[in-house]
Design a protein around this ligand. Sequence first.
Ligand code: NAX
Ligand code: K
Length: 476
Amino acid sequence: MRTAHSVETVRAAERALMAELPEGALMQRAAAGLAAACADLLPRVYGARVVLLVGSGDNGGDALYAGARLARRGAGVTAVLLAPERTHEGGLRALRSAGAQAVPVDGAAPVVARADLVMDGIVGIGGKGGLRPDAARLVSLVRESGALVVAVDLPSGVEADTGEVLGDAVRADATVTFGTYKPGLLIDPALTYAGAVRLVDIGLSLPPAPDLEALQYADVAALLPEPGASSDKYRRGVVGIAAGSATYPGAAVLAVAGALRGGAGAVRYVGPAADEVLARFPEVLVHAGPPSAAGRVQAWVVGPGIGDDAARVADVLAQDVPVLVDADGLRLADPSVLRGRTAPTVLTPHAGEAAALLGVSRESVESGRLSAVRRLAAEFSATVLLKGSTTLVAPAGGGPVRVNPTGSAWLATAGSGDVLSGLCGALLSAGLGGVDAASVGAYLHGLAGRRAASGAPASASDVAGALPAVWRDVRG
Ligand SMILES: NC(=O)C1=CN([C@@H]2O[C@H](COP(=O)(O)OP(=O)(O)OC[C@H]3O[C@@H](n4cnc5c(N)ncnc54)[C@H](O)[C@@H]3O)[C@@H](O)[C@H]2O)[C@@H](O)CC1
Ligand SMILES: [K+]
């Protein structure tokens, strides 16, 4: 599991550790890791031209000490001081005694133009708001130079706690972060500014519950349901799909496709697309009448392509088993019924649906995805999976938000969400909790999207078709 902690938590852990260590020791650990990462990125350190962008805080201090280390190994290092009168004093002394030079911002253009590597030490976790104008100008010079950009702790200009980017920000090829990931390094849009992230251990003791976590292969493998020797189809989980309409039968077919590949023992389908579903998947049990009359089901998926059939949504929500609500279902569900449910509820909105649920603009959801997903989970007492280029999953009762690391732009294709809802529904029916079902589903779905596409457009059916292979990969 990859974990991220908020700025407040990081600062508290830093204070505790600094109290035990000699003055400056923590910054030396950070600078040593930073210098080593830069050295790895450069073809050779000796003779490399390194430029440090140095702001007024300790983030600039890290850059100065790391620059001093590289200068001692023969790099030509120049620091550009954004606030010369407030530069980290010890760092600047170290830099000068290593034989490197410092210039003010207005002398930056010629050195930046010739740089091989630029270290961004403008701001770290102390930054607020986007880059200020002089820093933004400097950063556009860096972009024009084509130099490799290494962000110190996080790209300057991105919000560490939320992943928002409120103005200009540094676009880094790599980020060297200290102690723990910061939430912004796992969430877009900030994530897309960070490049490859390297974590440097500086010895912080952090609380066991992070603010954010991202499942990795092994975590997903451990969560995948496996049929035991005594499993029959009912014990493996029966998932009910209440989806599709005369206008949108395809949504039903795709949700069923996701459910069948999600390890369900059996899939029941209720709705007007039964013929279309059976034509593709003869193994599905179809039922006429309301979902509640369909027989035993361990979890329901309701909503994809359901049109205006509010009665089908209400009937599903009245059942005391886990329910995943998607698409039209999100518009039709009664919020007070959602809040009053005792069995787990999972909502899977995209940004537009999330905006409608919260009564805010789509833009405000897009720019503040972490706060939006947390708010939704709290307001509807449900696990919420917010789709996007990094899908987020927030638990109903608060706690770490899961970030899906396997997203793929190829998944932005019609019907791909229907496959995801069926897949997550099957995982719910197999007994996974809401957060695990949603985050494992998102993980597999992302991998399936990548595998189905592998460089060329793929349809939602292709994504469903790729699920067995990624399941095998993850388990293997
Ligand atoms: N506290 C510690 O012992 C350690 C801190 N470390 C480094 O210290 C950083 C935090 O240092 P600070 O708390 O000094 O904060 P920062 O260096 O992140 O930034 C604070 C300074 O930047 C200015 N500033 C804020 N927003 C700005 C903006 N948008 N544009 C330009 N300037 C802006 C502020 O006025 C303040 O002077 C971490 O990110 C990390 O890089 C590491 O050395 C590890 C150890
Ligand atoms: K930085």
